[in-house]
Design a protein. Structure first.
Lengths: 362, 522
């Protein structure tokens, strides 16, 4: 066990933005609240998956909705604990440990705030290892664990309890309620026992976010040392270095889908690349040749600072380094690919791991 | 009929006279004085005297100034502010003034409160307002606060609650100045609120600038209508500037880009302002500077208000050149204003970019002797590297891969190669030194709108039409002649994760200043 302090939050926020693969929301607001929570309630105890006891009750807490709403309608304090309180009431027991459901983006910081306020330990693990747009896109769903009961709250004092029949219904119902609540809501789902979490969660992801955030903070003026260290840590690859030459965003089914076009620079001059995204980056290509696809991670970094750029902030002319990392092995199973693979997002090609695609490239 | 443009910069105060056909008639430059006003008087007196224009022919006077920026950066002459945020139960996790530097917060904050109210993204109410809550807060800060800032959740979508709260504040505190967030910034509550608080703190400074300018004009018997440059390249009248002094911040680079546009007659170009230490690159798009999409930090405070998108690189006329193991290092160190003492061509001992171009025969021909000893080949190599730096930076600022014209301004322009990759032509117009004052004198005014539409209720075209209508209305309110108004930018952004096809639309309308003798009352 160790403690998370303000400095750690700065790093986690940056690392989480990389693991957010372009989506997951800009963690700036979450960072401000988490730092304030730690100033007020003290550092948060972070425990590893091994330290978790089988009979402990673990509950993830996260924000659902549009990041663009969060920057205007900033959360209230009650949103970070109301769904947890209701969860305890529904199951008639106290929650022992909280955890992030999603390490990518702002949801990495949400449970830190809840843990600080409730005085609970935080689990160093999540159920995605990155960011995904929909609620059923979690390892718990892959492993057949139930998301029910789901508790949701807004800042107005509305609290809703759902008993969805599966993860897909959970997403459908919760999405509608989120809109009615004003475009953002806080959610507790997949409340599980320690032994279930141990069998299904992706371990060490808060520490991972902190580590790579630390590398990037240390990147300044050091010839991409930070980016290189990060690639090493994540077994990642630099896909290309380029300038954004076009960016197109459309709204389809309540999500931002779009495409960014890149022109190679430095060692890749004269070559052209593209990235498709649905909130998060989905597919990277060189001309028609596949470089990486979901569920492997694709991140766009500012070429100078190494800091990640979210899809809503990509603009013409930006010099970027595009990197890719292998996803957790759970996403590479049959059910994993069914849930978050290229077919699910409307593509008609088979998923191929980024390592194999990189071998082909050489 | 003449227009008088003034630009008060850190070093110089420039004045420009422009005639009725917007032709540049005369420009002057005087040193900026500590109590600014005397520098302004001197500049006006000089431009009037030298041009022999009858001062009664000057009908409009425009001022671009750094007063407000300086007040914030120096933490001086700031008013004490009471802050009312409308949004409870939402937003309580981050109260006003969070993450502000301690010193400026101490100078500005009297008290702040988050009162019941606010809107959802679709315009529904988060909560009702509570008059007693607002009135009680006002009574508590009576006599302590000199100015009030009000920021409401989704006020850019619906300003009604901000306006209601303002009337309640007036009932308690009389005619205290009140700054409303919807008039200052766009979506992004914290940054908009910060800008609103800074605006409230600038009330006295703004008033001083307006009074000073007014006095300067009347002391020279000029009965012109006054206008003030905004950071987006347009003007606001005195009544508007009095309420929104923060909008004068950052007008310097904007005026420089606008002035360059006018001097060349171009609407789309890259503007390169080369000083002693840096080169500032801006984009002229449809006659206006392109705005930055990133949050602007002023005096350590994050704001989200409009600023031109400027890229600065460490390459200027005084930039040092070093050689290390055959590797040429250009800058970012510079001899700056000491160039006339330290550069080789002026008898100094530092190798600078100006020496390189002199050796190559591009500038200072009369001083060629001083740099004769430099290897021509070496200088060519350095020059190639300088050119590459500029080309790289220009390319980053371009909006398409097409070649565009480049307009030069600033004293360091001599270091710029006449042929650059991605650039169709390099232009150095007459009067380029007073581009800022000329930019100020060019009177156009704008209206901005930013709103989220649900495309379930109307189609995209209807939404855009509505937004354009609102922007036009805003421009008229800011003093534009209705007949000349045109829409210069439309941007629509689908909002991620929200079904119901929510679309954020931003529109900007601009028009010529109304040529009537009455001032526009807002």
């Amino acid at each position: 066990m160790r403690y998370i302090d303000e400095e750690a939050i700065e790093k986690i926020a940056l690392g989480a933005a990389v693991l957010g693969t372009g989506g997951g929301g800009d963690p700036y607001i979450g960072k401000l609240i988490a730092k304030e929570a730690i100033r007020k309630y003290g550092p948060v105890a972070l425990i590893s998956l091994e330290e978790l006891r089988d009979n402990q009750i673990v509950v993830p807490i996260s924000g659902m909705g549009a990041p663009s709403v969060t920057i205007e309608k900033i959360p209230s304090e009650i949103e970070f604990t109301a769904p947890l309180d209701k969860f305890e009431e529904v199951i008639g027991k106290k929650v022992d440990v909280v955890m992030p459901i999603e390490i990518g983006g702002i949801n990495s910081l949400f449970p830190i705030i809840a843990a600080a306020k409730k005085g609970l330990p935080l689990l160093d693990a999540d159920a995605m290892g990155r960011a995904f747009p929909e609620a059923q896109m979690v390892t718990f769903h892959l492993d057949g664990l139930e998301s029910s009961p789901v508790t949701m709250s807004d800042e107005k004092g509305n609290v809703v309890v759902l008993y969805p029949r599966d993860g897909v219904w959970h997403e459908r119902l919760a999405r509608v309620i989120t809109i009615e609540m004003g475009g953002s809501a806080s959610v507790c789902d997949y409340g599980l026992l320690g032994k279930e979490v141990k069998s299904s969660a992706i371990p060490g992801t808060l520490t991972l976010a902190e580590t790579i955030g630390g590398y990037l903070l240390d990147n300044k003026g050091k010839e991409r040392q930070g980016i290189n260290k990060m690639l090493e840590e994540l077994n990642g690859y630099q896909l290309f270095e380029a300038k954004i030459t076009d960016i197109e965003r459309r709204l389809i089914g309540g999500f931002t889908r779009g495409k960014a076009i890149f022109e190679g620079i430095r060692n890749e001059q004269g070559r052209s690349f593209s990235i498709d995204f649905q909130n998060e980056h989905l597919v990277a290509k060189e001309a028609e040749h596949l470089l990486c696809s979901t569920p492997d991670l694709i991140a766009v970094l500012d070429a100078e600072t190494g800091f990640p750029i979210t899809t809503e902030r990509m603009k013409y002319g930006a010099r970027v380094v595009v990197v890719a990392f292998p996803c957790h092995s759970k996403w590479r199973t049959k059910k994993g690919i069914e849930t978050v693979g290229p077919y699910y997002f409307g593509y008609d090609f088979e998923y191929q791991p980024v390592e194999e695609l990189q071998k082909e490239r050489v | 009929m003449y227009r008088l443009g003034l630009d008060v910069g850190g070093t110089n105060t420039d004045a420009a006279l422009i005639d009725g056909d917007l032709k540049v008639f005369h420009t002057v430059k005087v040193p900026t004085t500590k109590e600014v006003e005397s520098g302004i008087i001197e500049a006006i007196a000089k431009v009037v005297k030298e041009s022999k224009v009858d001062s009664s022919d000057i009908k409009y006077a425009m001022l671009g100034t750094t007063h407000c920026t300086n007040a914030i950066v120096e933490r001086k002459r700031l008013d004490k502010v009471g802050v009312i945020r409308i949004g409870r139960p939402a937003t309580t996790a981050i109260p006003p003034f969070t993450n502000w530097p301690k010193d400026i917060r101490a100078k500005i904050e009297v008290a702040s409160i988050i009162v019941s109210g606010g809107y959802e993204f679709d315009g529904r109410l988060i909560a009702e307002l509570d008059k007693e809550e607002v009135s009680k807060f006002c009574r508590e800060i009576r006599g302590k606060a000199e100015s009030i800032a009000i920021s409401g959740v989704y006020a850019p979508v619906n300003k009604e609650q901000e306006e209601i709260v303002a009337t309640w504040v007036r009932e308690e505190l009389g005619d205290i100045p009140i700054s409303l967030s919807h008039a200052i910034g766009s979506i992004g509550l914290l940054e908009r609120e910060n800008a609103t608080i800074l605006n409230a703190a600038l009330m006295t400074t703004g008033q001083t600038v307006i009074n000073g300018f007014s006095k300067a004009l009347s002391s020279l018997n000029i009965e012109a209508e006054m206008f003030f440059s905004q950071n987006d390249g347009t003007l606001m009248n005195a009544a508007y500037a009095e309420r929104y002094p923060i909008l004068t911040m950052g007008c310097g680079p904007t005026n420089s880009i606008r002035g360059s546009a006018h001097l060349t007659g171009l609407d789309n170009a890259i503007v390169l302002d080369v000083g002693g230490t840096t080169s500032d690159i801006g984009v002229l798009s449809k006659g206006f500077p392109r705005e930055s999409s990133l949050a602007v930090i002023i005096g350590g405070v994050n704001t989200n208000f409009r600023m031109p998108d400027i890229l600065s690189i460490g390459l200027g006329g005084g930039t040092r050149i070093l050689e290390n193991n055959e590797k040429i290092i250009v800058g970012p160190e510079s001899v700056g204003y000491e160039i006339t003492k330290k550069a080789l061509l002026f008898g100094g001992d530092v190798l600078t970019t100006s020496d390189i171009v002199t050796r190559l025969g591009y500038a200072f021909e009369d001083r060629a002797k001083e740099v004769e000893h430099l290897s021509f080949e070496f200088c060519e190599k350095v020059n190639d590297q300088m050119t590459e730096m500029l080309e790289d930076a220009i390319d980053q600022m371009k909006t398409s891969s097409k070649e565009v014209p480049l307009i030069l301004s600033g004293g360091g322009s001599i270091i710029v190669s006449k042929s650059l990759k991605g650039v169709s032509e390099v232009i150095m117009p007459e009067h380029y030194g007073a581009a800022n004052a000329i930019g100020a004198a060019l009177g156009q005014v704008s209206g901005d709108v930013e709103r989220i539409y649900s495309l379930d209720k109307m189609n995209r075209e209807e939404a855009l039409t509505d937004a354009k209508k609102l922007a036009t209305h805003e421009a008229i309110k800011a003093g534009a002649d209705e007949k000349t108004i045109s829409i210069i930018s439309i941007e629509d952004i689908p909002l991620a994760y929200l079904p119901g096809n929510a679309l954020l639309i931003r529109v900007k309308a601009v028009g010529d200043l109304q040529y009537s003798s009455e001032s526009v009352i807002i």
